[in-house]
Design a binder for this molecule. Structure first.
Ligand code: HEC
Length: 188
């Protein structure tokens, strides 16, 4: 949030409001626990656009500062042949390490509001050329554990990111990782 100030402040504020509505709709963690059984899904779906709108640099505000989040991989994930996300990659989540480990053990899915970001430095470049995002929005797509999927790329360090793919193309491949909530990368 801090990095993108004036040009996006208004939109950021409305996003914050939307996020707040979603959180409230989910009943929160400690406040008003009674809400959590009140099936607020429809409200969450209509209030949340289910769409990671491009903001500054073409990336969504929600992932701002992702480099400081919980990192799932310890070593960079190297490029491989026929790589769907070509490049050297790191994977971050706004979930806690304990939440990520619970997913790895098959005990729990990631909580609502989780965002997972994979950044890739393209093989020929020294800049991040690809950002793939999974975001869990309660009620968005129950058949695929409510993940929203969007991938962004750019060709140079100076250009903005653009959306290149989203949704079905993503979950059809991530289906393999369904036992760990569609997430391939394990913590550690
Ligand atoms: C052909 C298979 C395939 C497709 C298609 C695919 N992915 Fe992935 N994705 C992977 C694999 C494998 C990983 C594990 C890390 C790696 O090897 O890059 C991954 C990792 C990720 C991660 C980090 C979390 C995790 O699961 O490890 C995100 C976020 C992600 N992909 C988003 C997307 C999005 C968004 C799309 C669609 C635009 C997409 N993926 C399409 C195979 C795929």
């Amino acid at each position: 949030m801090r990095r993108f100030t004036t040009p996006t402040a208004l939109f950021a504020a409305s996003l914050t409001l939307l996020l707040a509505l979603v959180v409230l709709g989910c009943g929160g963690d400690d406040d008003g626990g009674a809400d959590s059984t009140a099936t607020p899904e429809s409200e969450a779906v209509t209030e949340s656009p289910g769409d990671l709108e491009p903001l500054a640099d073409g990336l969504p505000e929600e992932i701002s500062g992702f480099g400081a989040w919980t990192k799932l991989n310890t070593e960079p994930i190297p490029p491989k042949a026929a790589d769907p996300h070509l490049g050297e990659k790191d994977v971050f989540t706004n979930a806690t390490p304990a939440e990520a480990e619970a997913v790895d053990s098959g005990a729990e899915p990631y909580p609502d509001g989780t965002i997972i970001v994979k950044s890739a430095v393209r093989p020929d470049g020294d800049f991040i050329g690809l950002i793939a995002v999974m975001r869990k929005v309660r009620g968005l797509d129950p058949q695929h554990n409510d993940w929203e999927w969007v991938e962004y790329t750019r060709d140079s360090a100076d250009s903005g990111f653009e959306v290149i793919a989203r949704d079905a193309v993503c979950w059809t491949c991530h289906e393999v990782a369904k036992p760990t909530d569609y997430v391939y990368t394990r913590r550690g």
